[in-house]
Design a protein around this ligand. Sequence first.
Ligand code: MN
Ligand code: MN
Length: 291
Amino acid sequence: MTTEQIVDKALGAYLGFACGDALGATVEFMSPKQIQKRYGVHRDIIGGGWLALEAGQVTDDTQMSLALGQAIIDHQGWNLQAVADNFVAWLQSDPPDVGTTCRRGITRYRDSGELFGLPRDDDAGNGACMRNLPVVLSTLNRPDCFKLWSLQQSHITHNHPLSDAATLTLGRIVNRLINGRDITACKQEAERLIGEYGEFAYAPYPGKASAYIVDTVQTVLHYFFNTDNFESCLIATVNQGGDADTTGALAGMLAGAKYGAGQIPERWLTRLDQHVVAQIRQQTLELIRNF
Ligand code: MN
Ligand code: MN
């Protein structure tokens, strides 16, 4: 892999993630039938949705990722307290959306200084997994750091074995893709996850796309492994509805890492909030330098 190829795939993952967030937010919490009735096939970044977004606006998925990425860059490596502080600053910035579990964890840290919550049965949402890409990008050649940093940032808000396993698996798949490995290597990671936690089995696809991490991962893996280009992967994923901004973001992350930034449709990139695009471009270059 040349540096140029690595940059294209890393940028593809991060920009693809933001595209999926902005595209999916329009149909978040709708059923596939409701989406079909209203849009036919939802395929353009038009804003709206239950959050009444501007076209191109991103939500907590991308904003929390940027907060995490900036903490790594500002501290030239890992500083968990800086990550948590950035989450607090983000929560206080009046974001369009905040997940319940994220709010609870960030508030706990703000009020007590505790950097992680105790394990809870209701922490199996997708909120920790959804924001881990900056850790993946900053640890491309450091698997030990990848695991430690991923779990630490996750546990600020989510402390659950299914969330942990999913976060590590999707991160490893992105790592393999950016490092130029083929789809077989990705499927091995997915199989390893299913071997450990059978509930993640995604074939036959159960068709649920909620914020429960198992539903999210099944949806993302199903559409990632069953489409053959960036655009169709994202469109298929978000038209499944449910937590569509988050499944869209994670599918966009995988598809972007596979196909590269050059395969992201121009009409999506130009519609995306350009301040976010600039931040993503800058963070990607700084994160993959490997502190
Ligand atoms: Mn969101
Ligand atoms: Mn969501």
